[in-house]
Design a protein. Sequence first.
Length: 340
Amino acid sequence: MKRRGFLSTLAAAAAAPLAARGGRTAPSGAPPIQTVRGPVAAAELGTTLVHEHVLVDFGGVASQARYDAEEVFRVAKPFLDELVERGCRTLVECTPAYLGRDPLLLRRLSEASGLHVLTNTGYYGAASDVAVPKHAYTETAAQIAARWTAEARGGIGDTGVRPAFVKCGVDAGPLSDIDRKLVEASALCHLDTGLTLAIHTGDGEAALGILKTLRASRVSPEAWIWVHAQNAKDRGLQTWMADQGAWVELDGLSPGSLPEYVDAVADLRGRNRLSRVLVSQDAGWYHVGEPGGGRYRTHSLLFDAFVPALRERGFADTDLRTLLVDNPARALTPSRRAMR
């Protein structure tokens, strides 16, 4: 099938009611998913990119960098328009607080492009803690979680925008004290709100530490998206995590990594774990501090190259719907998933 024909098919499939496809998404009556323009049913997400960025400021908490929201809008919008042309309906924007999260900019881009855009609550403890605010070191996990729960229930600041998930991050290796506290806070926020936990990990050891901490907090692995699971090259570990219930997110797709990602997803399908896999590119973005925002990497590679490559490996339309429509909707639907 030609690329344009396939993308039209995928777009049509994404527009169909998800509940009609074997009940693989959230059950009828499930809570809505919060977009930057308001709540929508899981069936409205359609084809979804689960890990992308529009704007990032790696200056972190101490950064004095400023950006012109008008310039960011002009730079980013054409890339979002490309997604709409390819049948994508939802972009999950994973930039957390103190790293460039801008709910009002995201809402404006969502309104202008027609894309559903999701934002988050939570703190980013990776990159050597550059984006961890000072109060996180002195407050308890419960106090931090209360801040995130307040955003989930009342909106981010005075924007009226509510987060759709918790974004947290930890460095590679054993969890540091602050990283463990942030994971504990994520668990408590999940138990309060049902929001899914998207936790950035540096390697497999960190992922195992997250799993242990979530379980100690009585949160099921089903509530957790293992962000950057590709950093653990052990396919056996990816399979084992899927068996525990975690979402295995392979989200660094790029032109250079295309063959690796095709192999990884094909391998997980061969192991009958496709129903726990998420894929994205970790692409974009406007780099605060660089002239003109630096090089903005397209969000469309997944549609232009990855999907056709999967079809060449024998992936049927049903497989692709599972990967790009059903799994994201299931992963992002709020649901309190406590350990039994």
